[in-house]
Design a protein around this ligand. Structure first.
Ligand code: NAP
Length: 507
């Protein structure tokens, strides 16, 4: 049996027939699973002999589990009997792991079978409600479960906020008995991704492209996160955002860590309250963060020190924890977005023989849609290059405040499509309009795009937004948000890795 520090990867199977289970086992093995969980309560077996047949024919190690609440068996009495029958048979047939709920493990009809086990390891599981997520309560629960004779304890956790997981990570690190933590829902995803670092016994991954909230796919565990390389010293980085599912950060930063030999992992962090997040995850394990929608402005107030550029923009998209524990905020969005636009204009300018050392944005009318974190970075960047900035934002007051900060002009959002004081303008969308799942939307009418020489869209999911497609049809130079994304991520990666240990004081 694997012990603490020798992590297993498991995929739960919910199949109807023995044949289906056997073919899923082959897929699971190919995708990197060490074992599969056979959820017997979800299967319809006409007779217990089918369970015996399945266990005898299994082609890889299994966890045989039976959850009383989700069982297909009709009455509670029948369900209890079927559960006991299935689990006892699994013990008799030496299934590698037999998983039972805490109440089943304390049933006298089960305890005597548990005592007779020879090779099977017993996993005792319990559902933990949000209100019971304190280190004290978890310690008591784990001790109680261990006293049933469990070899391994499993907590199935109801996570409301990502911060609910902090005591769970503490238990994973300090618990003496092998522990599995499985948090339910999107906010629980890091319970799987970070389990290898904190000493979890087992990680769950879903099979194929099946999306299960809170569960990474087996393929991403193997290819993106490479969890077999993680250990207690691994530094945690991540993108603090809501929503966060669209972020391509993990696809970029994780391979970059491996390429440079840096012991880090970069994970999606679905955060509701950024202040609370930083007050809870304050240890040096959590070393650096990208900040996404809608937290960039609030992030300024979470930092101990803020780089002057980020301070003047009023938005932080990168936070690094210095060795003294202080959080330092930076903005890599500004240079990333402006240089992406400049390079595209220069490329066109060079083609036309107009090469110049000045910024090709200088003197141009720069029409900005959106006045959130990304919008502020673009507005300050455009102003720094000598452009004339005009801002349209859904909530006018926000546009007005940004216009004052960059000596620009704010106009009502409804006037965007009729705004046409000149031709050859630059349009930059920094609003979330057009972002998945609303990819059929654009902030401006197609006809109005004829007035623009270049159209940039900060939205990068999808890569080719409706705005960019229509701008191209209108004859404009188009610059995708992917260009900005890669540049800002490169800037972040340097801050995450270069200066660790040497980040100078900004004061
Ligand atoms: N390519 C990259 O590297 C990169 C980097 C940063 C951001 N982004 C993208 O840029 C977008 C904004 O990000 P952010 O960090 O600036 O977020 P943010 O601070 O939350 O700002 C969101 C902006 O979108 C506007 N908005 C949201 N829903 C809208 C709607 N239905 N109609 C009109 N306007 C709407 C908001 O207007 P109100 O002020 O009126 O609410 C605000 O201006 C996101 O799509 C993000 O993915 C891309």
């Amino acid at each position: 049996m694997a012990c603490k520090g020798n992590l297993l990867v498991c995929t739960p199977l919910e199949c109807e027939t023995v044949e289906e289970v056997l073919s899923s086992m082959e897929k699971a093995r190919a995708e990197g699973a060490d074992l599969v969980e056979l959820r017997m309560d979800t299967m319809s077996f006409p007779h217990i002999s089918e369970v015996e047949k399945l266990l005898k024919q299994r082609t890889m190690p299994v966890i045989v589990s039976f959850r009383l609440k989700s069982s297909k068996t009709s009455s509670k009495g029948n369900c209890n009997n079927t559960c006991l029958q299935v689990l006892r048979l699994a013990i008799e047939l030496d299934a590698e792991f037999v998983e039972m709920e805490h109440e089943v493990a304390t049933d006298v009809n089960m305890t005597k079978y548990m005592d007779r086990r020879s090779n099977s390891k017993i996993i005792v599981s319990s559902y933990v409600h949000n209100g019971d997520l304190s280190e004290e309560k978890l310690s008591c629960l784990i001790a109680c479960m261990q006293s049933t004779g469990a070899d391994i304890v499993k907590l199935v956790i109801d996570v409301v906020y990502i911060t609910d997981l902090a005591p769970v990570f503490h238990m994973l690190t300090h618990c003496q008995v092998p522990l599995i933590a499985s948090a339910v829902g999107d906010r629980g995803l890091i319970s799987q991704l970070l389990a290898p670092k904190f000493g979890g016994f087992l990680v769950h991954g879903s099979l194929g492209s099946k999306l299960v909230p809170g569960m990474p796919t087996l393929v991403s565990l193997q290819q993106v996160y490479k969890i077999e390389h993680l250990n207690a010293d691994t530094k945690v980085f991540g993108v603090v955002s809501n929503p966060v599912g669209h972020s391509k950060g993990p696809l970029l930063h994780n391979p970059a860590f491996r390429h440079t030999g840096y012991n880090g992992i970069y994970v999606p962090l679905l955060v509701d309250d950024i202040k609370e997040f930083f007050s809870v995850y304050s240890s040096s394990d959590f070393a650096g963060f990208s900040v996404g929608i809608p937290h960039k402005e609030a992030a300024v107030g979470c930092c101990d020190e803020v780089h002057p550029l980020a301070k003047s923009i009023g938005a932080v998209n990168t936070i690094v924890r210095r060795p003294d524990g202080k959080l330092v905020g930076y903005n890599t969005d500004c240079e990333a977005s402006i240089t992406a636009i400049e390079d595209a204009l220069r490329e066109r300018g060079v083609a036309k023989g107009e090469a110049s050392h000045n910024s090709p944005i200088a003197g141009k009318m720069f029409v900005l849609v959106g006045a959130g974190g990304a919008g502020r970075a673009l507005a300050f960047g455009a102003k720094s290059r000598g452009a004339q900035v005009v801002i349209f934002n859904r909530h006018y007051e926000r546009a007005k405040a940004l216009a004052v900060a960059v000596s620009g002009e704010a106009l009502p959002y409804e006037c965007l499509s009729s705004f046409c004081p000149q031709n050859g303008m630059i349009l930059a969308n920094s609003s979330a309009v057009g972002m998945e799942p609303n990819s059929d939307q654009s902030p401006i009418s197609k006809e109005a795009l004829r007035a623009y020489e270049l159209v940039f869209d900060a939205v990068y999911t999808p890569r080719n937004t409706k705005l960019l497609k229509e701008a191209e049809e209108a004859g404009a130079i188009v610059v995708s948000g992917v260009e900005m994304f890669i540049r800002q991520a490169l800037g972040q990666f340097k801050l995450f890795t270069d200066g660790l240990g040497t980040h100078p004081s900004l004061n």
